[in-house]
Design a protein around this ligand. Structure first.
Ligand SMILES: Cc1cc2nc3c(=O)[nH]c(=O)nc-3n(C[C@H](O)[C@H](O)[C@H](O)COP(=O)(O)O)c2cc1C
Length: 192
């Protein structure tokens, strides 16, 4: 079996809903076990959750984009990973990342770059989204997968005035499931 841990922060539930779709996509792959770890608003996770990250074959980072970068609690968590960094604990694990924000762009790319950099500092192996961009031609529509056109990781968009039960829309959740599947397939292939 190959183990995948999704560790994410969500202030208002939208990124949590995306995390659940990434989980569902990964869990559908035979040979994969998936753990969902929610970073608290003070940036902490439990000792048992740190242990789960230690034994995972792949770690998927998730955060909303706040003020043009990953949310403060995610950054607090990222800083706390320096203890793992000291002992090279995540070296050669697979890594991937996703972010959700209110605007279509909204500087999500900055958050994904933060996550790539975090993974690189740990010596991890980054898995990009691996999907063609959608909604970028006269025949495209917001129902396309990867409608926000990200490559480094997954970028979803949630309307600022709606709850996580209706936004991000189905196309983003389908993109998240496909991304979860891809991460799990690669992890099972190489570590299963
Ligand atoms: C403090 C704060 C800062 C935000 N900054 C941005 C931003 O830089 N770009 C953007 O597109 N949306 C921004 N938003 C909107 C959130 O990204 C959006 O509401 C997102 O769905 C929240 O995710 P969550 O429910 O998982 O917390 C911001 C929201 C808050 C609360």
């Amino acid at each position: 079996m190959a183990s995948i841990a999704i560790v994410f922060h969500s202030g208002y539930g939208h990124t949590a809903a995306v995390a659940e779709s990434v989980r569902a996509g990964a869990a559908a792959v035979p040979g994969a076990t998936v753990s969902l770890i929610r970073i608290q608003n003070d940036g902490t996770i439990t000792d048992a959750e740190w242990a789960t990250l230690d034994t995972a074959d792949a770690i998927v980072f998730g955060a909303p984009t706040y003020m043009g970068s990953a949310s403060g609690p995610f950054k607090t968590f990222a800083d706390a990973t320096s203890k793992v960094w000291m002992r090279g604990g995540w070296k050669d694990k697979f890594a991937a990342g996703f972010t959700n924000s209110g605007s279509w762009a909204g500087d999500k790319q900055v958050t994904l770059i933060q996550m790539v950099t975090l993974a690189a500092q740990h010596g991890m192996l980054w898995i990009p989204l691996g999907m063609m961009p959608g909604f970028n031609s006269s025949k495209g529509s917001p129902a396309d997968l990867n409608r926000t056109g990200h490559f480094l990781g997954l970028g979803t968009q949630a309307n600022a005035d709606e709850g996580a039960d209706v936004t991000p829309p189905a196309s983003d959740h389908e993109t998240a499931k496909a991304f979860g599947r891809r991460i799990a397939e690669i992890t099972v292939k190489h570590r299963g």
